[in-house]
Design a protein around this ligand. Sequence first.
Ligand code: BJW
Length: 265
Amino acid sequence: MPPEPPTQPRPSPTSDTAAVRAISEARCVAVLTGAGMSAESGIPTFRGGMEALWKDFDPMQLATPEAYAADPETVTRWYDWRRVKCMEAEPNAGHRALVRLQAELTRRGGGLDILTQNVDGLHARAGSAGVVELHGSIMRWRGVRTGVDCPTPDGPFDAFPPTSPDGEPLRPGVVWFGEPLPTQAVEAAYEAANACDVLLTIGTSAAVYPAAGFIDIAAANGAVTIEVNPDDTEASDRVDIVLRGTAAVVLPELVERAFGAERDQ
Ligand code: BJW
């Protein structure tokens, strides 16, 4: 049998100029964000090491229904500690750059879809509209049996696991390993990945599915794919353009070069 012809590598102009051009020419852009998006807001990444208080626990072991069933106190203490940290955090310059990108694209008749794996709510707090929360929200807690949302306090809960007024144990409204993602969010993400001219993958290790698969869906539909990350990820060698740097530095520069310096309104 003749040898297989070498597969054509996708073009990879690792230049920010190519990224600026792709964004300036795009009508519809989608972004897939991960924990690195909020790192410069002071929220630790998922796989980037834990703060001292939790150094003896592995987040991969805590983010499962099995962990909650076995030790609801530890799991809910961890999530509540993170919930309070998220409430105290502020959106960073990267979140704000995406707010501007959405406004600029909308003004020219296109749009920006934000697909986030983050549970911290910082995109919406920055002012982005229609954020798709693929992995839920750490701010909403619900009954484990009824699934009914229960209000959360402004500070930490005072019992672990916390309970509803009826005494039902609560869990955070996030998606754990082995659980399905919210149907509406998945549908919206498929639509955005299929429709976009450019997909930016920002601050994610691209190790968790189905979220990471949206990069491939966009690429298969002809979108230019751009990674913003200080380090190599599982997607680095299959995106078109790699921008090595942090979200709060790269995104404002990218948006400013694509649309000009921001004017006072
Ligand atoms: C910076 C930076 C700076 C640092 N600026 N960047 C297909 C293949 C293989 C496996 C599967 C598959 N499909 C499904 C699976 C199984 C599983 C899975 O993906 N496993 C993998 C381990 C392989 N997926 C699931 O179980 C999903 N459910 C599912 O598929 O259900 C099917 C089903 C259908 C019907 C019925 C029943 C089931 C669910 C996945 C849920 C993931 N949940 C978590 C926890 C959420 C709650 C919480 O926060 O605790 O989501 S896990 C965790 O990983 C969290 C994150 O959202 C997610 C992704 O992590 P992320 O955001 O990429 O963070 P890091 O830390 O990994 O990376 C940070 C990055 O930032 C790094 O690259 C840094 O370099 C960078 N960075 N500073 C920019 N300043």
